[in-house]
Design a protein around this ligand. Structure first.
Ligand SMILES: *Cc1c(COP(=O)(O)O)cnc(C)c1O
Length: 808
């Protein structure tokens, strides 16, 4: 363990100086925010010192460097994580306590940067943590959005979006690296020129933007390796302040150029609705790809000279989904136009360096760009893509039967559009899915023609989570219990959690597991009270579904279950309901009407149920606003039921299912994504699995044998009642009825099979909650879930990427 402070006294002296230097005040006179900023600055400085050493070691040892390109990094707060990883968390907490301060109060001052939407961005952040923990020279490359994902407020039950001003009070972890800024060229036109008898190309009359990097340290567990996350901000290349306009009083015009440049990195786009095709988004994608590649080539050249053929030996570029799909073409462009390589040599390098992770099989989520827009914004990159495409066509063996269909499926340019997934596959040496079932679907359905051509490219890397952040840090009571039982080796090697199985028949230990859950439920109840005013009862079951709102995730089915239980209890006061708090949290993309209506429905049902004394003793509905990493860390540890109820075949992996499992929640879920692996590892008897399977869903659609109306008519009494209540004013009190949800299901034939799975879902819930009375058995299941969850540490995932994809 590389501790950054030797003892309390040393820390205290350094800390007092740090507070004085940033605020000009004594630690006692300073504000909580000053106290946070000083502590973060102190830790960040130590981290950067270690980072310099890590970097020098990577050079000395000739380590391969891995660059993880992702348009999102949902990093969450860093202070607590870095104190833990440097092994000084308890000592710092004690030292602050001696001075009269509470570490957790100071930690709550930290902004929670929302530089990601959800699962994909959080995965990227977990991977940074694990790369550093595993001693890999691995770097994040992304965007520094001035405003992160919107802040969600709930007004009359509806989501209202507000700007997320995470930079208002500064961000002590980042360092601006003006010296490493890169000029990015947009627009213009391509011209050829002769040099030594060869034709080269360059783009002229471009509009240039400056990409300025900000570096954030990434501290690995044990503090031996500190890597960095580099995020890029867009700025004007030169200051063209129009003094004349300013003197005329035209202030906006005076600074128009700066505003236009900065717009590129102003906001993070929502990932799941109707935002495709936005020019600004394309500019973002090119900016962080181009800047990132120039920056890594610069590092490579300093270490290895201009020996570009060595690039595959020393550099891996990983593309997280298709947003960085231009990595292949952009690297080609630089190698050919600027480093003067021949096409074949450059292609050979690119396809050994680049690898790609697919994250979704929803057809509407596959990224495509209109050729017209793209070629105008990036004319030379487009030419390269066109040439990659031409050679791809040429490589087809036209004597083989069915080659036309295969070409159609694998083409990069089709129907006036560039298909970014196909481009990614063709430029990469490895293509992976994120859970077993997802990788199988990629091979057999979505990318089956590529699989037939190059099966060796395809592999699975089941996602993982940072068990240090989402267990050790988020759940200190349980973590302490675990460490007392099996030692603290699990912090490094999560497989050691397996040792907890020895305690499965230890009544006292199981009681302690239950007591820790209880403490976490109280902690969450206090947070909910403070945030919303709602009082929830820690004696009830905490049933939790927290994630982005999306039709396929079926929050709708969950609230329909709540409506059904409510109806039956009202109809028959003797109907047994295990007292439950139904907890929801998550954001909906601002243009995604169905998802936003589902949020309004949940809040409207909550408004009725929470104010109905006939059911109050046994049910409450709780919507926690503004789901993000910091409150996720309070919610997961308090959960007893983990709702993972997506339509089978649609959730690529999921990661909250893993976080909840690790924290001892029982999965109530479909056989989708990583739920399948969860049930395999913990044993089916320790989860509650229900519903149609992926093959059954496929069969149902393929055979045209599902009719939503038939399902509705087959269950008029309960399902029919719930559907009627979307229109009959039962829940309209807050802000009206829900016809649009009703119509989506009935007129679109229930595309996510909400009605098809409804009864098996409610049955499974009743059976599961019916067993809650036997606390010892429940706690045993919780323990066995935790004990089986080590495999889901992202350390394991990253070791697989390292050994099987990056060879680092
Ligand atoms: C883990 C996590 C997610 C992903 O949740 P899924 O249920 O897997 O979609 C989303 N948002 C936050 C803040 C997370 O921590």
């Amino acid at each position: 363990m590389n501790k950054i402070f030797d003892n309390k006294q040393e820390f205290t002296e350094l800390y007092r100086d740090a507070v004085m230097s940033i605020s000009g005040k004594s630690v006692e006179a300073a504000s909580d925010l000053d106290r946070f900023n000083a502590l973060a600055k102190l830790v960040a400085e130590k981290a950067r010192t270690v980072a310099t050493k890590s970097d020098a070691r990577a050079t000395a040892e000739g380590k391969k460097r891995v660059y993880y390109f992702s348009i999102e990094f949902l990093i969450g707060r860093l202070l607590d994580n870095y104190l833990l990883n440097f092994g000084v968390r308890d000592m710092v907490a004690e030292a602050l306590d001696d001075m009269g301060f509470d570490l957790s109060v100071i930690e709550n001052q930290e902004p929670d940067p929302a530089l990601g939407n959800g699962g994909l961005g959080r995965l990227a952040a977990c991977f940074l943590d694990s790369m550093a923990a595993e001693g890999i020279a691995g770097y994040g490359n992304g965007m520094r959005y001035r405003y992160g994902l919107f802040k969600q407020e709930i007004v009359n039950g509806s989501q209202v979006e507000a700007t997320d001003e995470w930079l208002t009070h500064g961000y002590p972890w980042e360092v601006r690296r003006q010296d490493k800024a890169v000029t990015i060229k947009f627009g213009g036109h391509v011209e050829g020129f002769e040099e030594n008898g060869r034709t080269f190309y360059r783009t002229v009359d471009t509009q240039d933007i400056l990409a300025v990097p900000y570096d954030i340290p990434v501290v690995g567990y044990a503090g031996e390796t500190v890597n960095k996350l580099r995020v890029w901000a867009a700025e004007p290349v030169e200051e063209h302040f129009d003094l004349e306009a300013f003197n005329r009083g035209d202030y906006a015009l005076a600074d128009a150029e700066r505003a236009e440049a900065e717009a590129i990195s102003a906001i993070l786009y929502p990932n799941d609705a109707g935002e495709h095709g936005r020019l600004l988004r394309l500019k973002q994608e090119y900016l962080f790809v181009s800047a990132g590649i120039y920056s890594l080539l610069d590092t490579f050249e300093k270490e290895h000279g201009a020996n570009w053929e060595l690039l595959p030996q020393f550099v891996a570029i990983h593309t997280n989904d298709t947003h960085p799909a231009m990595c292949g073409p952009e690297l080609m462009r630089i190698l050919i136009d600027e480093k003067k390589l021949e096409w074949d040599d450059a292609w050979n390098i690119v396809t050994q360096v680049v690898s790609y992770t697919n994250h979704t099989i929803l057809p509407e989520a596959l990224e495509k760009w209109p050729i017209g827009t793209f070629s105008k914004l990036l004319p030379r990159v487009y030419q390269i893509i066109d040439e990659i495409s031409r050679r791809w066509h040429e490589s087809f063996d036209t004597t083989q039967e069915g080659w036309q269909e295969r070409l159609r499926q694998t083409a990069i340019l089709w129907d006036g559009e560039i298909r970014m997934a196909n481009l990614s596959v063709i430029c990469s040496h490895s293509v992976n899915g994120v859970a077993k079932i997802h990788s199988d679907i990629i091979k057999n359905i979505v990318l089956k023609d590529f699989y037939a051509l190059t099966p060796e490219k395809f592999n699975n890397k089941t996602n993982g989570i940072s068990h240090r952040r989402f267990f050790a840090e988020a759940n200190p009571t349980y973590a302490k219990l675990v460490t007392e039982a099996i030692g603290d080796g699990w912090l490094k090697d999560a497989f050691e959690l397996e040792k907890l199985k020895e305690f499965q028949n230890d009544t006292e230990f199981l009681k302690a597991v239950g007591a820790s859950k209880r403490a976490n439920k109280e902690r969450l109840a206090a947070y909910v009270k403070a945030e919303t005013g709602l009082v929830i009862d820690p004696n009830t079951v905490f049933d939790v579904q927290v994630k982005r709102f999306h039709a396929y995730k079926r929050q709708l089915m969950n609230i329909m279950k709540v409506m059904d239980i409510y109806n039956r209890r009202i109809a028959d006061p003797n109907f047994h309901v295990t007292p439950t708090t139904f907890i929801f949290s998550g954001k909906a993309a601002s243009s995604y009407t169905f998802a936003k209506e589902t949020i309004r429905l949940i809040n409207s049902v909550a408004d009725v149920i929470n104010n109905d004394p006939r059911v109050n003793e046994v049910m409450k509905v709780c919507f926690i606003p503004n789901f993000r990493v910091s409150n996720a860390q309070l919610i997961y540890p308090a959960a007893e039921i983990s709702e993972q109820i997506s339509t089978a075949g649609k959730e690529a992996s999921g990661t909250s299912n893993m976080k909840l499992m690790m924290n001892g929640a029982i999965t109530l879920g479909t056989l989708d994504g990583a739920n399948i692996e969860i049930a395999d590892l913990a044993g089916r008897e320790n989860e509650a699995i229900f519903g149609l399977t992926a093959p059954e869903v496929e069969q149902l659609w393929a055979s045209n044998s599902y009719f939503a109306w038939d399902t509705l008519n087959g269950d008029r009494e309960r399902l029919g009642r719930v559907m009627d209540e979307l229109k009959d004013n039962t829940f309209a009190g807050l802000s009206g009825n829900f016809e649009s949800i009703y119509n989506e299901l009935m007129n679109n034939n229930d595309p996510d099979l909400v009605m098809a799975d409804f009864r098996s879902y409610v049955d499974a819930w009743e059976k599961l909650t019916g067993s809650y009375g036997d606390q010892e058995t429940w706690n045993r299941k919780a323990l066995l879930n935790t004990a089986s969850s080590g495999w889901f540490s992202s350390d394991r995932t990253i070791r697989e990427y390292r050994d099987e994809i990056w060879h680092a």
